[in-house]
Design a protein around this ligand. Structure first.
Ligand code: TA6
Length: 301
C-alpha cells in the first residue's frame, strides 16, 4: 500500500535524513533529521507531531491521550486547519477546523540539501468532500527542518469559481508552566475575544495567563515570541501569508470538554497559531494560489 512504511522508505527514504515507521499512536510517521534537530510528521493530516532541537525539550506539545486514526484530529503538534478556521460560519454541524486534518495525505517528495531536510505532502479535494465544501483545490504541505522548523501550506484553486478560505497552522507549543509564560509581539494590536462574543479589545503589553484565553489578533504580520523562563528559552514564531494570529489556552473548565485532553494538560501548553482567521479571509480565483507559512525557532532566555 502506498502509505505503508516499507513502501515509503523504498520510495522516499534518505539515509540519516528521512525515514518512515509505524508510530505507537497509530499510522505511519516520517522522521526527519539534520545535524541541528529532528522532527516527526504523521502522514495523516500532514501533521507535524514533534520538533526537537538538539538542545532542550520538544518545542511542540502533544497530548498523552492523542491518537492517529481515520476521521480523528490529533491533539497537539501542528494541526492543518482548512478550508475553514474553527466552527463553520453557516453550518456548525460541519467539523470544526475543516476536514483535511482528519484525512489521509500523500507523500510526494523528500529532499536533503544545505543542512535542511524536507518532506512534501499533497491533498486534493474530490467528490467525497462535496457535502462539506463546494470548491475544488490542490493542497501542498512542505515541512522543512534545519535548526528551525518551517511549514508551508499552499492552496491552488483548481475549480472554475472563486472561493473564500480561512485556515490555520494551529501549533501547540510545549511550555514549562502556562502561569509563568509571557507572549511578546502583539502589544498594541487589537483582538477578537472569543470569550466576550468576539468583542474587539486592545492588547496592552505581553500576554500572560491566569485563565482561559482564546483570541484572534488582527492586522499583524509580526513575529511572536513565547518567553518560557522555566525552560530557559524563548520560542519565536515568524510567519508569511497571514495578518492574523490566534492565541489559545483552554485552562481548566474548557479542557474538561475537549477530546483527548488529559487532566492538567493545559498547564504545559499554549497555542500560537499562524492563521487566516477572523477578518483575515483569503479569496482565491481559479488557478490562483495562496501560501501560509510558519517558521519556528528557539532562543536562549
Ligand atoms: O484555535 C482556538 C480554537 O478555535 C479554540 O476555540 C478551540 O476550539 C481550539 O481551537 C481547539 O479546537 P479543536 O477542534 O482542535 O478541539
Amino acid at each position: 500500500m502506498a502509505s505503508d512504511a516499507a513502501h515509503l522508505n523504498a520510495t522516499f527514504g534518505i539515509p540519516g535524513v528521512a525515514s518512515f515507521a509505524k508510530h505507537t499512536l497509530g499510522g505511519v510517521v516520517a522522521q526527519l533529521s539534520t545535524r541541528h534537530a529532528s522532527a516527526l510528521v504523521a502522514i495523516h493530516g500532514a501533521h507535524v507531531l514533534s520538533f526537537r532541537p538538539n538542545a532542550g525539550p520538544d518545542v511542540l506539545w502533544m497530548s498523552s491521550e492523542a491518537g492517529i486514526s481515520p476521521g480523528r484530529g490529533i491533539r497537539g503538534g501542528i494541526p492543518v486547519c482548512w478550508p475553514w478556521f474553527a466552527t463553520h460560519a453557516s453550518d456548525p454541524s460541519k467539523p470544526d477546523h475543516g476536514f483535511v486534518r482528519k484525512s489521509p495525505w500523500r507523500v510526494v517528495s523528500t529532499t536533503s540539501a544545505n543542512a535542511t531536510a524536507q518532506i512534501e505532502f499533497a491533498f486534493a479535494t474530490g467528490p467525497e468532500h462535496a457535502g462539506l465544501w463546494e470548491g475544488q483545490a490542490d493542497l501542498r504541505v512542505l515541512v522543512s527542518l534545519s535548526d528551525k522548523l518551517r511549514v508551508d501550506l499552499t492552496t491552488l484553486n483548481t475549480g472554475e469559481a472563486p472561493f473564500a478560505l480561512t485556515q490555520a497552522l494551529h501549533t501547540y507549543f510545549a511550555v514549562s508552566n502556562i502561569a509563568g509564560v509571557a507572549i511578546r509581539g502583539l502589544d498594541g494590536r487589537s483582538y477578537q475575544d472569543k470569550l466576550q462574543d468576539y468583542a474587539i479589545v486592545a492588547q496592552r503589553g505581553p500576554i500572560t495567563f491566569s485563565g482561559e484565553v482564546d483570541r484572534i489578533y488582527q492586522g499583524t504580520t509580526d513575529d511572536v515570541v513565547i518567553d518560557d523562563p522555566g525552560n530557559h528559552r524563548g520560542i519565536r514564531i515568524a510567519k508569511d501569508g497571514s495578518t492574523s494570529t490566534v492565541v489559545w489556552n483552554p485552562w481548566i473548565e474548557k479542557s474538561q470538554r475537549l477530546s483527548d485532553m488529559p487532566p492538567g494538560g493545559y498547564l504545559g501548553m499554549v497555542c500560537v497559531e499562524t492563521t487566516n482567521a477572523g477578518g483575515d479571509v483569503v479569496t482565491l480565483k481559479p488557478r490562483d494560489t495562496h501560501r501560509l507559512t510558519t517558521v519556528l525557532s528557539v532562543e536562549s532566555l
